[in-house]
Unconditional design. Structure first.
Lengths: 283, 339
């Protein structure tokens, strides 16, 4: 199993450790957070962090303009970020890879029409298309996921299709054809495992992208309802008060950075180790 | 040579026509899924149903979808993208006023990104030791994890709030009037001979452009480094080395020339990413360009304006890709002979 072997790579381990940490924070947020993230303490607004002069030990990273605990909100924000990251990356992988398998394996007119659609789709700057989709779909976590899937399926489709074209010509695929296996069985049992390492790598990188897109959309106010806690929303709220309290903005920025870095290091590590293994296997 | 480039540009532009059609249809369909009623938001609270119907008819929103699209397309081909619901102005005029700011920002960001990315790529290439390579990989991963919209905020915190040395709202300071000949603040102020205004515009441009550039430069660094690595393994490098050519000369005259090609391709492919990135950066810096106009249109549910801005964004990306293709032929003599 090359996937298991990839975990020997220090880069993969480091990335997985960071992602695991964020996951633990997201799951355990109710126990880790010192305060209710929505609780407003209007007598203690825009407090600095606990270590700064004027800080309150009750609010370790200070409070925002409505007196809500910045640390608690940052911890809770990991939930939306990870839900969107996982769901959107898996959705985009599923849609993009399915079309890529179809295009690459079937070829001909099907391949041409799918490839043309991908080309046209990629003329949209991703931010522009996702904003449009959010306007069309309306806000909400499910719609954020749907709009990321509808924007980013092309990333998977383009790259996986190229790999399918390579795998399709391997001898074992020809052998499977000669044995008279059905097309569906060949695609799922022979071709798909061959492109799986690539898909796994792309999923990890896509999760990082999805975290950024969600933060972007919630920054513009088009992501989740105001009752939820999202990092982009925190940045947007804190921006109006940055001269008085800069921490409300720094904390979510750092949280986004750590999460995206985790996914990127993991994805890069997987790419390197899985690629190397594929290369060795070819020799 | 010129003829060849002209041919390529022409072919690409013709190829872009069906893409633009698909793009405009997608935009059209997506915006008709809208859960909110843009007309309802425009009407005063005491309006009657007849008022709403009249307004709907005035904007053509009462006709069936294909007909609406046909009308819009016919107008677009004549350079008319309709009337903005919110501003009550021609969409084309609003876009024309905003577009130069965005193009100026994107170009400035591109220049900065190349100015940061190429030395950065060379620096990465110079790293030889194993530990150094691991550190360099990590640094690139870390840089790639900061999107330009976070850079925009970090730069404001650093140079706008903590050390207030640079302005971070708008294109120029209050009181400075732009002549508005080309719409490019830097060119207009320089042409008018207003050196102080030019510096003011440049100061305002610096932080947003830098934010975009910092989001883009790591990509340039990474691709330049890997193509330098590929070039280093080529026979012509060994030959040059055997001929006693100095390492510096090999790098500049042999390797960089070849490594430039994938780098230019990357810039072309990713220009949409950079251009789209202007949207949030403009919002954060209150920079009066296309991105701010689009966010405004999103908030007002201004369908005609949103449609126009989205289509213009895509057209700009396709145009940029075409220009990069032409540049590619200029840089790569092998492609010239093949045709």
């Amino acid at each position: 199993m090359p996937i298991r072997a990839a975990f020997v790579s220090p880069q993969v381990r480091a990335g997985a450790a960071v992602v695991g940490l964020v996951l633990i924070v997201a799951v355990l947020a109710p126990w880790l957070a010192p305060n209710d993230p929505q609780n407003q303490d209007l007598l203690a607004t825009l407090l600095p962090p606990a270590w700064a002069p004027g800080g309150d030990a009750h609010y370790p990273l200070g409070t925002d303009s409505l007196g809500r605990c910045v640390l608690s909100r940052t911890l809770y924000g990991a939930r939306i970020a990870l839900i969107v990251a996982v769901a959107a990356a898996c959705g985009a992988a599923l849609a993009g890879s399915a079309l890529a398998l179809l295009a690459g394996y079937a070829g001909g007119l099907i391949d041409r029409s799918i490839s043309r659609t991908v080309d046209a789709w990629m003329a949209f700057p991703p931010v522009v298309l996702s904003l449009l989709l959010m306007v069309g779909l309306g806000t909400g976590v499910f719609n954020v996921v749907l709009s990321i899937v509808l924007v980013d399926w092309t990333r998977f489709c383009r790259v996986v299709r190229a790999e399918v074209l390579v795998v399709r010509r391997r001898d074992y695929v020809t052998a499977a054809r000669l044995l008279g296996f059905s097309h569906l069985r060949i695609v799922l049992r022979e071709v798909l495992p061959g492109v799986m390492p690539l898909i796994i790598t792309l999923v990890s990188l896509e999760m990082g992208i999805a975290v950024i897109v969600e933060a972007t959309l919630s920054f513009v106010g088009l992501s989740v309802p105001a009752s939820a806690v999202a990092w982009g929303m925190m940045i947007a709220d804190a921006r109006s008060y940055m001269h008085e309290a800069v921490w409300g903005m720094i904390a979510p920025v750092v949280a986004i950075f750590i999460t995206v870095l985790g996914f990127n290091v993991l994805g890069e590590g997987l790419r390197r180790s899985l690629d190397a293994r594929l290369n060795n296997a070819r020799l | 040579m010129l003829q060849l480039i002209g041919g390529i540009v022409l072919r690409r532009l013709v190829g872009a026509v069906p893409v633009m059609l698909v793009v405009s249809i997608v935009v059209f369909i997506v915006l008709r899924m809208l859960p909110a009623d843009p007309i309802g938001m425009m009407l005063p609270p005491n309006a009657t149903a007849a008022d709403a119907a009249a307004l709907r008819a005035a904007f053509g929103l009462d006709k069936p979808l294909p007909e609406q699209y046909g009308l819009w397309l016919a107008g677009a081909l004549h350079g008319d993208l309709g009337i903005s619901i919110h501003f009550h102005e021609r969409v084309v005029g609003l876009i024309a006023a905003a577009l130069p700011a965005t193009v100026e920002l994107a170009l400035a960001a591109l220049v900065l990104a190349v100015a940061i990315g190429i030395p950065g790529g060379l620096l990465l290439h110079a790293v030889r030791s194993r530990q150094g390579a691991i550190a360099a990989n990590f640094a690139v991963s870390a840089l790639l994890s900061v999107p330009s919209f976070l850079w925009a905020i970090l730069l404001i915190v650093l140079f706008g709030v903590t050390f207030p040395v640079l302005p971070f709202t708008g294109r120029v300071s209050g009181g400075v009037a732009l002549p508005g000949w080309t719409g490019f603040a830097l060119i207009d102020t320089l042409a008018a001979g207003h050196l102080r205004d030019f510096l003011d515009a440049a100061e305002h441009l610096l932080l947003p452009a830098l934010a975009l550039a910092l989001g883009f430069a790591p990509l340039v660094m990474r691709v330049l480094r890997s193509s330098l690595m590929d070039a280093a393994a080529e026979d012509y490098v060994t030959t040059a080395r055997l001929r006693g050519v100095s390492e510096g000369r090999i790098l500049v005259h042999h390797m960089l020339k070849n490594a430039a090609l994938p780098t230019v391709t990357l810039i072309g492919v990713q220009f949409g990413f950079l251009f789209g990135g202007t949207l949030l950066v403009e919002l954060i810096y209150s920079f009066p360009g296309l991105g701010n106009l689009m966010v405004q249109a999103v908030r007002d549910h201004d369908l005609p304006l949103l449609q126009g801005v989205a289509v213009v964004f895509c057209a700009a990306v396709l145009l940029a890709n075409t220009l990069v293709d032409a540049l590619y032929v200029v840089l790569n003599p092998r492609l010239r002979r093949a045709r």
